[in-house]
Design a binder for this molecule. Structure first.
Ligand code: SF4
Ligand code: SF4
Length: 139
């Protein structure tokens, strides 16, 4: 996997269900600050970003979305899939106050791998959720 700082294009995938009540603002803050799941990205690099959702359970729509992204970025922007990374939001990857981690997480990762893309987990890190996971209240 190419290191995060060497990627050029970040596809941030968020939980479709969580996005029905969340604007995704905390994910944007985390990226802007290069904190949480974005801590390893270069602070002074102007990455291209795209925020999408999985499309709803079971996440199968991600297959078509990622295929289009890979195809269109190559054709229209000369961006190869090796330059792209998928960042799964914290509401997909971890148990937090929105609910348990996505039960289709492995399936989503399979779809991402089939698209030939690297994947990373986590975006905004909520301190209270971290504490509750440490306490065993969250899985
Ligand atoms: S991680 Fe948080 S801010 Fe980002 S989409 Fe999920 S619920 Fe919203
Ligand atoms: S498949 Fe997972 S990430 Fe997508 S809507 Fe369902 S619970 Fe959320």
């Amino acid at each position: 996997m190419i290191a995060p700082q060497d990627k050029d294009y970040i596809v941030i995938v968020q939980c479709h269900l969580a996005k029905q009540r969340c604007s995704g603002f905390a994910c944007e803050i985390a990226f802007h600050e290069r904190s949480g799941g974005f801590a390893e990205y270069a602070k002074d690099k102007a990455y291209r970003t795209l925020h999408i959702t999985c499309g709803g359970c079971c996440g199968r729509a991600l297959n078509g979305k990622l295929s289009q992204i890979v195809r269109k970025l190559k054709k229209m922007q000369k961006i190869e899939k090796e330059q792209i990374v998928v960042q799964l939001s914290s509401c997909i990857a971890t148990h937090n106050f929105h609910g348990p981690a996505c039960q289709h997480l492995d399936y989503l990762k399979t779809l991402i791998a089939q698209a030939g893309l690297d994947v990373r987990e986590g975006t905004w890190i909520n301190e209270l959720s971290v504490k509750r996971r440490e306490q065993g209240r969250y899985a």
